[in-house]
Design a protein around this ligand. Structure first.
Ligand code: HAM
Length: 438
């Protein structure tokens, strides 16, 4: 038997409903905040992600799926959405429109990580990217959009953690302080941090291996190195969050795992014990040189991404029920070959009219067919035997009320339509229930 690759998963039909419901909730929120959807390729030229040799993030250094295609092009499966969106922004000259671009995307990403609960090698992200504005209120808007999604999904106990890693000048000052401080502990640093010390000491703060070591406690904090402009930017973000009544916590050590950030960084954390270390459901921040690093015009950006699987898992542990069961308007039950053919014809009429219908294609007995009607949550069951067929009649049963009638074979469609549209049928019918859930 061929198995799926390690770190991947199948979304089976009964689970797809939760995905589509999550996606439609996301689309609605993006519409409310006026973000436009963008779809970029799942694979890109490797240089979109491997931009320079100084990148210290695990994602870029250790986790990308890289390959050479049949024409010797170096290709990378996208590990995240931001860089591809920025590549598309530049290539399609979206900057030429001389306005702020508020974009969102939903799609699969790939990282060669050690799989565990909430962490897979193929996973999906919902992300937003705002390109073209320096305004700190945009940072706050992106966080607000994230918290709106959390609210819409009924998720409780989600913390918004924010920090500022300042502008380049502030980070340069901080870098000097970090190098000085951590150099004294070289022997205790893990191999990755030793490498980070030379390239991007700020990211030592994000180290999962070293962060609990004693010397970490007195490490310099970025907030002491923020220059006036950086402080102003961060304060404006916090004030905007307060104006929108969005609770947040400032987390001094939050630096995030990607190298492109500047100024605001943030994460959304759920408090669900089963999540363990994977309790960050989303995160993001501002990036001011990514567009120019990819050879575009200097353009500020800010964005965020959520793990779709983690959102779904969080919902399953205590959010909104996203799994709306399927239902049918009519299930056709037939006895005999002629009845089957006649029912098929009527079912097609109903389907062309937009009703959800099905019948048994396994030639099973009547009991099994009734059971199938139940399993499919059919609102009406049409029963057609050879006797009814002779008279061009059909029995129809309202499964809500158990009322049964014999009607003309050719009236199934208008009969059901009429019942669905009539108020009395709709007050108790499953259609109403489903509409309410959706
Ligand atoms: P990230 O923190 O690397 O940021 O990923 C965002 C979210 O994707 C995480 O919070 C997590 O929920 C989910 N995620 C990441 N890796 C995995 C995995 N292996 N399995 C399941 N879920 C995962 C970014 O990707 C940035 N591009 C966010 C951003 C957008 N920053 C600015 N704009």
């Amino acid at each position: 038997m061929i198995s799926r690759p390690k770190g991947t998963y199948d979304v089976l039909p009964q689970e797809v409903k939760a995905w589509t419901k999550l996606e439609s909730t996301i689309r609605k929120i993006c519409q409310i905040y006026n973000y436009q959807e963008i779809r970029t390729p799942i694979f890109e030229a490797a240089s979109v992600f491997h931009r320079d040799g100084n990148d210290t993030s695990d994602m870029v250094n250790k986790e990308t799926y890289d390959f050479v295609d049949r024409s010797n092009r170096e290709i990378t499966l996208r590990p995240e959405g931001t860089a591809g969106v920025v590549r598309a922004f530049i290539e399609n000259k979206l900057y030429a429109m001389n306005r702020i671009n508020k974009l969102f995307y939903i799609g699969p990403m790939f990282r060669y990580e050690r799989p565990q609960k909430g962490r897979t090698r193929q996973f999906s992200q919902f992300g937003v990217e705002v390109l073209g504005s320096n305004d700190p209120y945009v940072d706050a808007e992106v966080i607000a959009l994230g918290t709106s999604l959390i609210k819409a999904l009924g998720l409780k106990n989600v913390k918004v953690k924010v920090n500022s890693i300042g502008d380049k000048e502030s980070r340069d000052q901080y870098r000097i302080a970090c190098v000085e401080y951590f150099s004294a502990y070289k022997k205790e640093l893990c191999e990755d941090c030793l490498n980070r010390l030379g390239k991007n000491p700020l990211r030592i703060l994000d180290c999962k291996v070293d962060k609990d070591k004693e010397f970490f406690k007195n490490a310099p904090k970025i907030k002491s190195y923020l220059n006036e402009a950086s402080k102003q930017h961060f304060n404006a973000v916090l004030q905007a969050l307060e104006a929108m009544k969005i609770p947040y916590e400032v987390e001094d050590n939050l630096v995030r795992g990607l190298d492109y950030y500047a100024h605001t960084v943030f994460e959304l954390e759920v408090d669900i014990p089963e999540f363990g270390a994977q309790n960050v459901i989303g995160g993001g921040g501002r990036y001011d040189s990514l567009v120019s690093d990819l050879d575009g015009p200097i353009t500020p950006g800010v964005g965020m991404a959520f793990g779709m699987e983690r959102l779904l898992l969080a919902c399953a542990y205590g959010g909104k029920n996203l799994v709306v069961p399927n239902y049918l308007h009519i299930y056709f039950i037939v006895l005999g070959e002629e009845a089957k053919k006649a029912a098929l014809a009527q079912m097609n009429v109903c389907r062309l009219g937009g009703l959800y219908c099905d019948m048994d294609y396994l030639n099973r007995g009547i009991k099994a067919q009734f059971k199938a009607a139940d399993e499919h949550r059919a609102m009406f069951t049409c029963i057609l035997g050879e006797n009814e067929l002779k008279e061009f009649k059909i029995n129809i049963k309202n499964n809500e009320t158990d009322e049964q009638e014999t009607i003309s074979l050719y009236e199934v469609y208008p009969y059901v339509l009429n019942k669905l549209n009539s108020k009395s049928a709709c007050t108790s019918c499953k259609e109403k229930e489903v509409k309410k859930d959706e």
